[in-house]
Design a binder for this molecule. Structure first.
Ligand code: DNO
Length: 357
């Protein structure tokens, strides 16, 4: 297990590299150039600035997250080829700076979606990301993006800042004709083009699950249950095509046995990294994010870490989203304190499992 934390860069994160370095057992970060739009090439210069800072803090940067796939690639329209070429160039550029894994997703339109980014947890006054499908009611995707931006202290859903609403409307319309099977075919086209470059450069692509783990707003979603990952892995035989399993995303759906999914793809050697966090189910398609502790949520963290230990012990891990505790103000899900507690807890589980099996 290689423990890391996500870091959004010095201009976009309230957490510093020095603070991350001081979390016991943390060897590196999962990096992100948050100002790059989907489809743009990440230049060597931009990558160098970011990664040199991380190295100067004596941390590794072997995983990069959210090199976002342009919607035209997911939609399978002719202009995809241009964006695929850009993606290949980004892969090459990242490899020059020692990056080994790229985490991405193939979710149409939205990355993760919540109905509240800061819902108070009555028991202790902390707050966390929250989702309640019933609250969506008559709201459509445009309403939810608007509401989230209004209610959440300057933060918006990833990729959908209020100034991009017009674009969002057009994109949603284009998906009306795309079925899940077609999305899988478009995914295969993308993989077949980029995986040979990954093989040349020694980079593994790690697909992140849909979050929440079910279809939303009638959009096709192809990455949220065991059978979906069987289909995804079958799209390309190279071990450079792998998964970043996220326990909180998968665990949002009570039908998923998260440890079993990790075991299955760990045994196949198709997991490159894990995002580990816990969720508390509150009803049908209704949950909040909890502390990492098994007792605080509905996922058994021991079973999850044990599945990693047994089948993919060398993968990169990060304690994913934390609650906002101790009056911290920061990016929803990405404060320092609760994620640091999560790292310490996961390290404790790991040590115990390593000693006792
Ligand atoms: C959520 C994150 C995701 C993930 C992307 C990868 O907190 O885990 O935003 O980074 O889906 O593209």
């Amino acid at each position: 297990m290689k423990m890391t934390l996500r870091w959004f860069g010095e201009k976009s994160d309230t957490v510093t590299l020095k603070q991350i370095k001081q979390i016991p057992g943390t060897s590196g970060i999962m990096g992100f150039l948050d100002y790059k739009a989907a489809g743009e090439v990440w230049s060597k210069e931009e990558i160098a600035v970011y990664i040199n800072q991380v190295h100067a803090a004596k941390l590794e940067c072997e995983v990069i997250e959210s090199v976002n796939v342009h919607e035209d690639i997911k939609l399978g329209v002719p202009s995809r080829d241009k964006y695929i070429e850009n993606y290949k160039q980004t892969i090459r550029n990242l490899s020059v700076y020692g990056v080994k894994v790229i985490v991405y997703n193939f979710m149409p339109v939205f990355d993760w979606l919540r109905t509240d980014l800061a819902k108070t947890i009555e028991e202790d006054g902390s707050n966390s990301l929250y989702y309640n499908e019933a609250e969506l009611g008559e709201m459509g995707p445009l309403d939810i993006v608007r509401k989230t931006a209004e209610k959440s202290g300057g933060f918006s859903l990833p990729g959908w800042e209020p100034e991009r609403m017009a674009e969002l409307e057009v994109t949603l319309k284009l998906y009306e004709d795309i079925s899940a099977d077609q999305l899988l075919l478009n995914y295969k086209y993308f993989l077949d083009a980029i995986i040979p470059v990954c093989e040349e450069c020694g980079i593994t692509m790690a697909c992140h699950p849909d979050d929440p783990a079910w279809p939303i707003f009638g959009l096709p979603r192809i990455a949220h249950k065991m059978n979906d990952f069987e289909k995804i892995i079958a799209l390309n035989a190279s071990p450079r095509h792998a998964l970043c399993l996220c326990t909180g995303s998968l665990g949002s759906n009570t039908e998923n046995d998260v440890a079993a999914i990790i075991r299955r793809f760990g045994e196949l050697k198709r997991i490159a990294c894990l995002h580990i966090r816990n969720v508390k189910h509150l009803g049908y398609r209704h949950f909040r994010e909890s502390s990492h502790l098994s007792a605080d949520g509905d996922l058994d963290m021991y079973e999850i870490v044990k599945a990693m230990y047994d089948t993919c012990p060398d993968v990169y891990v990060r304690p994913d989203h934390g609650r906002m505790i101790w009056d911290e103000v920061g990016r929803p899900g990405y404060g320092l304190y609760d994620r640091a507690l999560g790292a310490a807890y996961l390290n404790g589980l790991w040590e115990a499992i390593c000693k006792c099996g």
